[in-house]
Design a protein around this ligand. Structure first.
Ligand code: ZN
Length: 221
């Protein structure tokens, strides 16, 4: 109990010190860095509590999961109402596979979710997704990060005759992935910005185990 009291005392003292420093530039930077540390501390505190993970509750019904999602949303919305966010003007759009192991916020250090994130099976850009990405660019995005990742289930589905027969549309989408990406680059609004140096598009491979991004190709910039 004594240890917990001293921890709380330190926490409150730290927060008060941050509030005092709020008006100064170094104080703001310190708050930003400490805030980032606290976000990661939050992950550390929660990640090992398997009891609260859906995936560890084998018998849970879909309706019970939905109730839990609504409860979590209510909690999050209450916090957001109490602490409104500053307006967002994203400069970055990230395209990533829907693989559950990829945490795009962690991947690019975007703990405040300031980026556009477009997720699809195998990072394939259908015409709709190309238009959505173009809309993001026309709304101010200057950097598009298009990612692929190791151990991708979509790529695996396209890799054998047996799974191709089972998932024909997914296999076809993976086959067309490069052509779809080239289509996006060739869209007039995108090509013009790339040529004018107003937009850069980076192709990266992600190591799924570590979240490490390995740059492969670069366009515009
Ligand atoms: Zn994948």
């Amino acid at each position: 109990m004594k240890r917990r009291n001293s921890f709380l005392f330190l926490l409150v003292a730290g927060l008060l010190a941050l509030l005092v420093l709020q008006a100064t530039s170094p104080g703001r930077e310190l708050q930003f860095l400490v805030g980032g540390g606290m976000v990661n501390l939050g992950y550390r505190m929660q990640d090992h509590l398997e009891r609260y993970d859906f995936e560890h509750s084998e018998e849970i019904s879909p309706e019970a999961i939905w109730d839990e999602v609504l409860r979590q949303n209510d909690l999050a919305a209450s916090v957001r109402t109490a602490f409104p966010r500053t307006p967002r003007h994203p400069l970055v759009a990230v395209v990533a596979c829907m693989d559950g192991r990829l945490d795009t916020n962690e991947l690019v250090g975007d703990t405040r979710t300031y980026y556009y994130v477009l997720r699809s099976a195998g990072s394939v850009l259908s015409e709709r997704e190309q238009e959505m990405l173009q809309l993001a660019v026309e709304n101010g995005v200057r950097l598009v990060v298009w990612t692929r990742h190791s151990d991708c289930a979509a790529e695996k589905a396209a890799s054998s005759a047996e799974s191709r027969a089972r998932y024909p549309a997914l296999a076809q989408a993976v086959d067309e992935r490069s052509a779809r990406f080239d289509e996006f680059l060739a869209r007039p609004a995108i090509a013009a910005r790339l040529a004018a140096g107003q937009l850069a598009v980076k192709v990266v491979d992600i190591d799924t185990r570590t979240d490490r991004m390995l740059p492969r190709e670069s366009y515009g910039g």
